[in-house]
Design a protein around this ligand. Structure first.
Ligand code: FRU
Length: 475
């Protein structure tokens, strides 16, 4: 049973072989970001490192650039410079995930990877079909693997009737967190009154799970997707993607948000307090990130460089048969309760030709469509950086904004209030921009589809330096 078994996938892939070549020839294909070989990609899933190999799985609909039945696509790398594209790792081939292998995560212990994900089932045949309240099953499923390629049989861990009775059918995206010898599984959820919340289950063996707690905040959206609970710098953080937050000034301007709270949580008394929600990224295309601890102890996070249900969904890549990408892998660091994001250091190996100048003497070195640009300001003062006449990052002394022209396909303006801008590290790939501000204090991630000659300009009232590198591709 299932909507996309391995056999169905192989047969159709054989029939549609030519599509891959069309995708490859797309001038908007990215050079140093992970993207679907063909079709649609959304959330990063199952991130882990075993025996030196990093596994990066992702939500994948190989035959539909607008999304369809989800499988888990699969990339591996040992160094974040060379990547291998593998056959999908999980197929929608079981009664409990027949309408899609939804998002999930990996937990590695004693050389064994435990995968937990949400099996999506749609109950179209119900007479009283209601997508939110009875129209589907959200099954929590577990399997294990030693190598990240083959896996044991899928086991059903929980289904709708196992979740609290006041849950809608939106309960998904399991992630594991270990504390004092016990395992905690967090799931994002929406209750029947449309309040977003976090369900927390506890286990001592990764097999039997009992409801431990439910955490929420008043007036904080109708659904919390993709929760990620982890400790960093001795503090507990919850990264999640709440839906239904109201826009306020420059905050929460995307259709859905992604951010984090510090969580003060007493595992004995279950008393808790969330700190103020902070958006992780101020760009147009950033959602559903997931992090993991690598073998060196770094907390590495990938996000989906995309946005579900955004008004700007007519990307020119669609007619070439593909859509979306993952962000650069970012290392997370906590300082004074704030999460800083920086591209992992391996990215520096992609650097080729170098250019250096003062801001005043800057002349575009013509590095083409993919480069890194580092601007260090001697003093914070208004400035603007314009890329391809399509995207402008501008600071007026109090607000830093990213503004887009036609190449944004409907993306207009995003921003953040900020007292001082000390440095900018901008990564331009063929059709994307990631701009790290003040050592990763905040980031703007966006797609941009430029057509003219590549160009970059900077104007600034203050002084400073510019360093640029042409960047190599990861393939
Ligand atoms: C987030 C999300 C998850 C879900 C997956 C389905 O983008 O909606 O909640 O598991 O995508 O592809």
């Amino acid at each position: 049973m299932g909507n996309m078994t391995k056999e169905m996938y192989e047969q159709r892939m054989e029939q549609e072989k030519a599509k891959r070549e069309i995708v490859k020839s797309d001038p908007n294909r990215l050079r140093f970001h992970l993207q679907p070989p063909v079709g649609w990609l959304n959330d990063p899933n199952g991130l882990c490192q075993v025996d030196g190999v990093y596994h990066i799985y992702y939500q994948y609909s190989p035959f539909e650039p607008l999304g369809g039945t989800k499988l888990w696509g699969h990339y591996t790398t040992k160094d974040f410079v060379h990547f291998k594209d593998h056959e999908p790792f999980l197929y929608a081939d079981w009664r409990y995930d027949e309408r899609g292998v939804y998002s999930g995560s990996a937990f590695v212990e004693d050389g064994m990877i435990h995968f937990f994900y949400t099996g999506n089932v749609k109950l179209f045949d119900r007479d009283d079909y209601d997508y939110c309240n009875n129209g589907r099953e959200q099954n929590t499923i577990h399997m294990t693997s030693k190598d990240g390629f083959s896996h044991t049989e899928k086991e059903l861990v929980m289904t709708n009737s196992d979740y609290p009775a006041d849950m809608s059918t939106h309960v998904r995206d399991p992630k594991i967190f270990k504390k004092d010898g016990a395992y905690y599984m967090v799931l994002g959820a929406r209750d029947v009154d449309s309040h977003g919340l976090l369900l927390m289950y506890r286990s001592t063996d990764l097999k039997d799970w009992t409801l431990f707690d439910r955490l929420t905040m008043p007036d904080f959206g109708y659904m919390w997707e993709c929760p990620d609970l982890f400790e960093l710098d001795g503090e507990l953080f919850l990264v999640f993607s709440p839906q239904g937050l109201e826009a306020k000034g420059w905050d929460n301007r995307n259709v859905y948000q992604t951010g984090y709270c510090r969580l003060d949580y007493d595992f004995d008394t279950k008393e808790y307090a969330f700190s103020l929600f902070q958006e992780l990224d101020r760009g147009f295309d950033y959602y559903a990130p997931q992090s993991f601890l690598d073998e060196q102890g770094r907390r590495i996070q990938f996000g989906w460089m995309g946005m579900g249900d955004a008004p700007y969904t007519n990307a020119p890549t669609i007619e070439r048969g593909w859509q979306h990408a993952l962000t650069l892998p970012r290392e997370l660091r906590a300082k004074d309760g704030h999460l800083y994001q920086t591209p992992i250091v391996e990215i520096e190996q992609l650097r080729q030709e170098k250019y250096e100048s003062s801001i005043a003497d800057f002349a575009d070195p013509g590095f083409g469509k993919s480069y890194e640009m580092i601007v260090t300001f001697a003093q914070s003062a208004p400035f603007s950086i314009t890329v391809d006449d399509e995207a402008t990052l501008a600071y007026d002394g109090s607000v830093l904004r990213l503004m887009m022209n036609e190449g944004g396909y409907g993306r207009d303006e995003r921003g953040i209030e900020i007292d001082a801008v000390k440095n900018i590290r901008l990564f331009k790939d063929t059709s994307s921009l990631e701009i790290f501000v003040n050592d990763g204090w905040t980031v703007f991630s966006s797609r941009v589809y430029s057509t003219g000659e590549p160009s970059v300009r900077i104007e600034a009232q203050g002084e400073g330096t510019v360093t640029m590198y042409a960047l190599d591709s990861i393939e």
